[in-house]
Design a protein around this ligand. Structure first.
Ligand code: NAG
Length: 188
């Protein structure tokens, strides 16, 4: 009896967890045209309550996901930079990478500010959203430059691997944000 009861409890818990994590159809269909749809759905479905069917909110959340991940990489790479005993070219690669990341943070922050102005209709919307597209696309280039910088230099394998994995993830999230911004611009 007790066993059956625990089983029912477990099943209900699983069921609730599945419902809570279920992405909305709006998020699924918006993500379907991005380059990394599974990652897009995974990173946005937690916020489906706030997003609802609102394209502006969807783009804003996608940009925040990208900015937050970029900030967490920034703190990770900055910590690595304090390690003793790396080769000087390793420090140089880390230093370049931190600069690229900082540029990315600036551009994503400016994009979020500019996105706030994308509420009006007509030409103003087109102007502001095209600025957002430009800056997010530059942020994506910065992220790629950081990753490429590590590819070429003889860096410690572990450091290189852990930075690259994080940079690839943030670049994919940013690329998805850019697709959603392009969608927002063309559907307006
Ligand atoms: C981004 O980080 C801020 C500040 O820590 C937090 O309030 C916000 O919920 C985060 N947003 C996303 C989409 O991760």
């Amino acid at each position: 009896m007790a066993k059956t009861f625990s089983l029912i409890l477990l099943l209900s818990a699983l069921c609730i967890a599945t419902i809570a994590a279920a992405p909305s159809n709006f998020i699924k269909s918006s993500c379907s045209t991005t380059t990394y749809p599974a990652l897009c759905i995974e990173s946005l479905s937690v916020y489906s309550g706030a997003i609802q069917q609102n394209r502006h909110q969807l783009v804003q959340t996608a940009l925040f996901v990208s900015l937050n991940k970029t900030l967490s990489i920034k703190s990770f790479v900055s910590k690595l930079n304090k390690f003793r005993g790396l080769k000087s070219r390793e420090y140089a690669a880390l230093h370049d990478c931190i600069e690229e990341i900082n540029d990315g943070v600036d551009r994503l922050t400016r994009s979020l500010e500019e996105l706030k102005l994308c509420t009006v209709k007509g030409e103003d919307f087109t102007w502001h959203i095209s600025n957002v597209e430009t800056w997010v696309s530059s942020a994506l280039t910065d992220e790629g430059t950081c990753t490429d910088g590590f590819a070429g230099k003889a860096l410690n394998g572990k450091i290189k691997g852990s930075i690259r994995a994080r940079m690839v993830n943030v670049a994919q999230v940013t690329s998805n944000a850019l697709s959603l911004i392009n969608q927002y611009a063309s559907n307006h």
